[in-house]
Ligand binder design. Structure first.
Ligand code: PLP
Length: 478
């Protein structure tokens, strides 16, 4: 009978052992750089055809191997693309147990251990931020959702009338640097603030918020009748990795009675780095902080901590009546996590944080973050020493943007050239990096996410880019 077969423990054991062997080889081949490619690029339509055909004609036993062949290898030292962590392999095991046990966590009875573990992990993060015992938080599904949740808490705390209950009765606004991740913009729109309700503070030359401009932006919004209730600092912003000056923002927030939120999805993790935690000065005064586990803390997607200076705020965000789930919705039941999160069901993500702390200790976070930020500085120096490369700005984190330059080319030609270089790199597949546009200029964008990337790898990359540029320029001329 098919249902019995579905749950065959022998079948699970056999497939599981085979998969672990395959993944162990994958870890070896990628981290060592033996595998010649970080990505075997395929056009979307061809990829779609492959999987359509595979469903009918493919061999079941080839499935996992095909997935590996057709996926970007984040564990490869030549992966320097998006801000996604090369997962510590042990967290693939916590991911597996979460998937099998499927305890949805919304109520304590459906995740006793994971609710307790989540409290321990979030308290640890609060302590590292520098919060006191009034603080607390929870884990949720991603930085985007966590930022939205924080802004909902901010509105609840700062706006006198109950928007949650009665709807909005006045124009509301949030201040944020124009360079912030787009999810802040999206959150504000979801909250019904509209375009006018997102007050964009210009960035300075280094792409961080120009905090001298906060006052004028605030005054302008107020004169237009917008009730500004929150300001967001990026730690750092996504495109260039620039850190906003959190101390200045905090002072401004305090003076104007605004909620101060820190989007530390990427670099909030630097609370663990003795060398770089100074970048986050002022974070300890933030009303709320977001830190992604799946970026700089080496965990699988998707797991994000949302921490509050005063944990009470997290309880008031969603006034929810679901009597079949919660007995006493008004009480502080930390162990019923669904009262405070956007999600009802969520995976047992706290295990990823806990297992790393338990098995390896928090020092691994310090070692990793410090190494990657140091490497970006060395990479920047190497780029600056070469006349045919230009940095967008000195890196403040492990995100670094640069472009190939040639003074015989116009801006448009230079943009096209850098776009073509990036396309060649993608199709070649040895390295994986991304791209961004800053002030009209097209840049190659790298995030040094991999603990095995060395300065020698980056040297090879620069050589490769130079060769690619020169080839493209020759083709263009001839
Ligand atoms: C600064 C910042 N905030 C928020 C996000 C969104 O986080 P997530 O991808 O976890 O939703 C990102 C993602 O890159 C980010 O860089």
């Amino acid at each position: 009978m098919i249902l019995k077969q579905l749950y065959s423990s022998n079948d699970f054991k056999k497939r599981g052992h085979e998969l672990i062997d395959l993944l162990a080889n994958h870890i070896q081949d990628t981290t060592s750089g033996t595998n010649p490619k970080t990505i075997s690029w395929n056009e979307p339509d061809k990829e779609l055809s492959f999987w359509e055909d595979f469903l009918e004609n493919g061999k079941e036993q080839d499935f996992f191997e095909e997935i590996l062949n057709r996926t970007t290898h984040i564990h490869h030292p030549k992966y320097i693309g998006h801000q996604v962590a090369p997962t510590v392999p042990i967290t693939a095991l916590t991911g597996m147990i979460s998937s099998l046990l499927n305890n949805g966590m919304a109520v304590y009875e459906m995740g006793m251990s994971s609710n307790a573990i989540e409290r321990i992990v979030t308290e640890k993060l609060c302590e590292k931020i520098g919060y006191d015992q009034d603080s607390g938080g929870f884990l949720t599904s991603g930085g985007t959702l966590a930022n939205l949740t924080a802004l909902l808490s901010a509105r609840k705390a700062k706006i006198a009338h109950d928007v949650w209950q009665d709807g909005s009765t006045e124009p509301l606004g949030v201040m944020v640097c124009e360079e912030a991740h787009y999810c802040i913009d999206r959150a504000a729109k979801i909250m019904g603030l509209g375009e006018k309700g997102i007050i964009k503070v210009p960035a300075g030359e280094n792409f961080a918020m120009d905090t001298d401009k906060m006052e004028v932006c605030y005054q302008k919004a107020q004169s237009e009748g917008i009730n500004v209730f929150a300001i967001v600092g990026s730690a750092p912003s996504t495109a260039t990795g620039a850190h906003d000056n959190l101390e200045n923002i905090q002072e401004f927030a305090q003076k104007n009675n605004l909620w101060f939120h820190v989007d530390g999805a990427h670099g909030g993790a630097a609370i663990f780095s003795e060398k770089y935690k100074g970048l986050l000065k002022g974070i300890e005064e933030a009303d709320s902080v977001v830190i992604d586990g799946h970026k700089m803390l080496l965990m699988p997607a998707i797991t994000t901590a949302l921490l509050f200076k005063e944990k009470n705020h997290s309880r008031h965000t969603f006034s929810l009546k679901a009597d079949y789930l919660m007995d006493a919705p008004e009480e502080d039941e930390w162990f019923n996590s669904g009262k405070r999160t956007f999600e009802c069901t969520k995976n047992m993500m706290a295990m990823h944080w806990y297992i790393i702390l338990k098995v390896y200790g928090e020092k691994v976070f310090d070692d990793f973050i410090t190494r990657q930020y140091d490497l970006a500085k060395d990479f920047a120096k190497m780029i600056s020493d070469k006349p045919y490369f230009e940095l967008a700005t000195s890196p403040m984190s492990n995100i670094l943007c640069f472009r190939y330059v040639d003074d015989k080319l116009s801006l448009n030609e230079m943009n096209t050239l850098n776009q073509s270089i990036r396309r060649e790199l993608l199709e070649d597949g040895e390295f994986y990096l991304v791209q961004t546009k800053l002030n009209g200029k097209h840049y190659l964008r790298t995030t040094l996410m991999n603990p095995f990337t060395s300065i020698e790898h980056l040297q090879l990359l620069l050589e490769k880019i130079k060769n690619s540029a020169q080839k493209l320029l020759t083709q263009h001329i001839s």
